[in-house]
Design a protein around this ligand. Structure first.
Ligand SMILES: *Cc1c(COP(=O)(O)O)cnc(C)c1O
Length: 498
């Protein structure tokens, strides 16, 4: 942990590559699998093919599958597409209805949208407030013409684990194919996929300490004829996913799976990560107005998603530059919605926007968790103290009159209150309380400086467009500066006329 390098708390976006995996890939590239196309019949090709089959066995072993049930892809996005589009199109004769959920990764939602354009009907099931999808809700969504159901195993924002055994069972009862996106599940807890009613399962190497750009779709024996390929070519992977197999990527994926199996079975990795999460939550929950997203549902150890009541998400993230993490807020965009996953859990826009996803794992130390907790507590307290909601002092201090100007309000993007000390017709001092994005905070502070020495008539120093230019505010934030201007106008209205 060095002073300049942020602490990496974004394992749910991508895990660091395990050094053992990097070594396996490097020696593969430098050695026997650096030469030869695994489809070739000569010795170089055969050696590469052997390395691939050894890795396929490691990947299959981690999830309790047979090697021939593994189809290599470029990652979970492609696997989700292959499973959902492939199964729906293959089953179109039988029916043109698909069931999924509102909290899927975009890699699952977007193929469903695509299917709607192709004339399929899609039903998206809503989760309960805990983030759990009730199997009964999936059962209720099934129709006679349902071709495939796709429900993720573990949510990438909240870490909530779904009951795929129950959901899969009710699909199997009706003869409907069941796919699950297990990108956040594989390697996080033991999985025996053949013992579960799962037909198709997506996962990816870079969420389990392997390289980016390689993943797999588990296709249960016998299910292949019910899935159409997306691409056509040289017949690799039995035609399900043609293209030259990337030997070194697959070797890295295999090494990562082998490592994950050992970490889960003998090294107590999950327990250690769980205790880090408990420690972090212990620290954060001590701050008032901290809410755990996914509370009450079973969750994977390495993800903690929290919302901070009354704290603006973008400013929170801005103040935490020593941490590398993700947020539920929609940064730098006036139009983008805060996390649709947290909204689906019933969080309002503000709480969804004020959330942090902290994700960690194999290489996270306790000292990093402690430093992160301290930084977050500091920032939350700083922003709370700055907010108008905490402004209890209404009395005047000093001589002269106090002029208040407020605009925006609770639940809005901006809430600003200027407090001017006016004496002899000019502003002697100005303070402010503000809730808003980092740009809003910066402009409010700048305005509080600028208004000093001004009279009622000259109080407002220029226009919001000019302020935006001076302080480099992006155009989509201009609306927020108008609220600051409103507050200064309100000061003018309140200005005592004696
Ligand atoms: C990361 C992730 C994906 C996308 O995986 P890629 O390998 O990056 O394409 C899909 N689904 C979930 C749940 C994920 O967490």
């Amino acid at each position: 942990m060095s002073a300049s390098e942020p602490i990496y708390l974004d394992y749910a976006a991508s895990t660091p590559v395990d050094p053992a995996v990097a070594d396996a890939m490097t020696s593969c590239l430098r050695g026997e699998c650096g030469r030869g196309n695994p489809s070739s019949q000569h010795v170089y090709g055969r050696r590469a093919a052997q390395r691939i089959e050894a890795a396929r066995a490691e990947v299959a072993t981690l999830i309790g599958a047979r090697p021939e049930e593994i189809v290599f892809t470029s990652g979970a996005t492609e696997s989700d597409n292959l499973a959902i589009l492939g199964a729906a199109r293959a089953g179109a004769q039988r029916g043109r209805h698909v069931v999924s959920s509102r909290i899927e990764h975009k890699a699952g939602l977007d193929p469903c949208k695509r299917l709607e354009k192709e004339g399929f009907a899609v039903t998206l099931v809503s989760p309960a407030r805990t983030g759990r999808i009730d199997p009964a809700a999936v059962a209720a969504a099934l129709r006679a013409d349902t071709a495939v159901v796709s429900i993720m195993w573990v949510n990438n924002e909240t870490g909530v684990i779904q009951d795929v055994a129950a959901i899969g069972a009710l699909c199997r009862e009706r003869g409907v194919l069941f796919h699950t996106d297990a990108a956040q599940a594989v390697g996080k807890f033991p999985i025996e996929v053949r013992e579960l009613p799962i037909d198709l399962m997506s996962f990816t190497a870079h969420k389990l300490y392997g390289p980016k750009g390689i993943g797999a779709l588990y296709v249960r024996a016998g299910v292949r004829p019910r899935v159409l390929p997306l691409t056509f070519g040289g017949g690799q992977e039995s035609g399900m996913r043609p293209g030259t197999l990337p030997t070194h990527q697959i070797v890295g994926f295999g090494a990562a799976c082998d490592r994950a199996r050992r970490a889960l079975s003998s090294e107590g990795e999950a327990e250690r990560i769980m205790s880090l999460r408990e420690r972090l939550w212990g620290e954060l929950s001590a701050v008032d107005g901290t809410l755990l997203n996914g509370e009450g549902a079973p969750r994977v150890p390495g993800i903690l998603n929290v919302s901070f009541d009354g704290v603006e998400g973008e400013s929170l993230l801005h103040g935490l530059s020593e941490l590398a993490l993700s947020t539920g807020s929609a940064c730098n965009s006036a139009s983008a919605e805060p996390s649709y996953v947290l909204r689906a859990l019933g969080r309002d826009r503000e709480l969804a926007q004020s959330s942090l996803r902290l994700s960690f794992g194999r290489f996270t130390h306790q000292a990093e968790i402690d430093a992160a907790a301290a930084a977050i507590r500091r920032e939350v307290q700083r922003l709370r103290a700055l907010s108008p909601a905490s402004d209890t002092c209404s009395g005047r201090n000093g001589r002269g009159a106090e002029v208040l100007g407020e605009a925006g309000g609770p639940g809005r993007e901006v809430w600003i209150r200027f407090r001017l000390q006016v004496e002899g017709g000019i502003v002697h001092g100005a303070s402010f309380r503000v809730y808003g994005c980092p740009h809003t905070l910066a402009v409010a502070a700048w305005l509080a400086e600028q208004v000093r020495g001004r009279t009622r008539g000259t109080l407002i120093p220029g226009t919001p467009t000019e302020w935006a230019r001076v302080l480099d505010v992006p155009v989509e934030k201009l609306g927020r500066l108008l609220t600051l201007e409103d507050a200064l106008r309100e000061c003018q209205r309140q200005w005592p006329t004696v």
